[in-house]
Design a protein around this ligand. Structure first.
Ligand SMILES: C[S@@+](CC[C@H](N)C(=O)[O-])C[C@H]1O[C@@H](n2cnc3c(N)ncnc32)[C@H](O)[C@@H]1O
Length: 288
């Protein structure tokens, strides 16, 4: 299909990386962080923490489950992407490509893109373990997509790339460029209202302590002031404006409710908070 794989992940590489987990003692601050600094931090953070992430969340994510969020809304039920069979699909910030594997099983032709080599090695590990045909993977920054114009029918992302990217205007324009006219771009992110609250699952996470309108990025930095982890905040209005500015039409904004019976926490996402305030926003958009 003429798509260049920028980095492949042979199994022999699985043992090559220094994957010592997250640095202890990094400072958490709110300060500006540009595109280069954010991408560098994300790549290194996710390479270092991919093993721990897959270890901690792999069972919830399944090997081929397509879930949009810690609330457990599955694409199998939500059908936000519509019919996927026969479609070229780009998954952005794919991690171990669980969503792509679900798509492939339903007759789609997915490509899983992530900035982290180690995350993509987990995709290869899962495929090898199942003896399955590997999901095609591409290591690249979502704001600089290595694909020709109009290469895909659908693009999707479950908490991948968008919250970590400084230049989401550019990211949205890139997704628009690689989609065919009428293609859907559906992605989930932390619900913007969560930025007003401490990221804690307990009662301390129920009192607003920051301004929802403060767009200053959340940055963890080492003793030299180098960013090791960055997340970027956009209000709902910001996000809609950047989507519309890139040429998308907003079809739906899904705010999954915490389901009865789900007791499993995921970081700051918990039953206690989930029953009171939204944790996830899923933007369903269509390329004009
Ligand atoms: C929270 S994880 C989600 C992974 C996967 N979608 C899942 O549901 O498990 C975020 C992913 O986004 C990737 N990511 C972060 N910044 C990115 C960027 N600028 N371009 C591409 N991927 C990025 C990370 O490497 C990581 O795998």
């Amino acid at each position: 299909m003429g798509i260049v794989t920028v980095a492949t992940t042979p199994q022999s590489d699985l043992h090559d990386l220094d994957t010592s987990a997250e640095e202890e003692g990094d400072d958490a601050v709110r300060r500006t962080a540009g595109a280069g600094e954010s991408s560098r931090a994300s790549r290194h953070w996710w390479d270092r923490n991919a093993d721990e992430y897959q270890d901690e969340h792999g069972e919830f994510l399944g090997d081929d489950r397509f879930t949009w969020c810690p609330e457990g809304l599955d694409e199998a039920d939500a059908r936000l992407l519509g019919e996927v069979a026969g479609k070229d699909v780009l998954e952005i910030g794919a991690g171990a490509a669980q969503c792509s594997r679900w798509l492939a099983a339903r007759g789609a032709r997915p490509v899983a893109l992530d900035i982290s080599h180690r995350q993509l090695q987990h995709s290869r590990r899962i495929d090898l373990g199942r003896g399955a045909r590997p999901v095609p993977v591409v290591q690249a920054d979502a704001a600089v997509l290595p694909f020709a114009d109009a290469s895909f029918d659908l693009a999707c992302s479950a908490y991948g790339a968008v919250p970590f990217s400084a230049d989401t205007d550019r990211l949205m324009r890139e997704v628009h460029r690689v989609l065919r006219p009428g293609g859907l771009w559906v992605f989930s992110v932390t619900h913007p209202i969560r930025w007003a609250f401490p990221d804690e699952p307990g009662v301390e996470g129920l009192t607003a302590t920051s301004s929802y309108f403060d767009r200053t990025p959340y940055v963890e930095q080492d003793e030299n002031g180098r960013a090791t982890y960055v997340e970027h905040h956009r209000t709902l209005g910001d996000r809609i404006r950047e989507l519309v500015g890139a040429g998308f039409r907003l079809v739906d904004l899904v705010e999954p409710e915490w389901p009865a019976g789900l007791e499993q926490e995921w970081g700051g996402w918990s039953p206690l908070r989930g029953r009171l305030i939204p944790g996830t926003a899923i933007f369903v958009t269509e390329r004009g």
